[in-house]
Ligand binder design. Sequence first.
Ligand code: MG
Length: 210
Amino acid sequence: MQPSGTFHRHNEPYPTATPAVFLDRDGVLVEETGYLHTIQDAILISDAPHAIRRLNQRHIPAVIITNQAGIARGYYTWEDFHLVQTHIERQFQNHGALFDGIWACAHHPQGAGPLASHHPFRKPNPGMILDAASKLNLDLSRSWLIGDKTIDIKAALNASLAGAILVRTGYGKSMEDEVHALASSPTSIHVCDTLAAAVTVILHHLGYNE
Ligand SMILES: [Mg+2]
């Protein structure tokens, strides 16, 4: 583990700049349970593995970017995070769904101790997306993000992604009005009921006819 407030693990870079899909984790890939930190509470959102598999099949990088402020707030530790994260990835793997990378940021200005600060990786800042782009060789101008909070969508805007999709899982339904207010940005913004529907929108925009 890196001795800091951030963590990342990723595959080898793509040989040519490749459009990716950035995914928030809690409320998008797994049920939002409020500062998820036990494997018992890590429940996959139904059909999420299938949605990720559709990206895998087309060699579209799937990259998790997750704020983990619960660590700065002292609710759980990096060790808890790693146990949960490994468990989640294994569950997806059991369904044949793989991620190309995972970035996490534990900082929060209202936290306690050394992580009680702003950080360029903490969404809505684009740091995790930019770091992933440089390490995996991603083409951000053709990349998309799927999230369930306004800060996810703002991170996509701040990274100048092609598009961002709010899903109505997790906190998504309560964020819809805020997200619609961002619609004048150059980043294309959509709202979808499910992750599966969001992936369909993205595949269409990337030129795949299913
Ligand atoms: Mg979320």
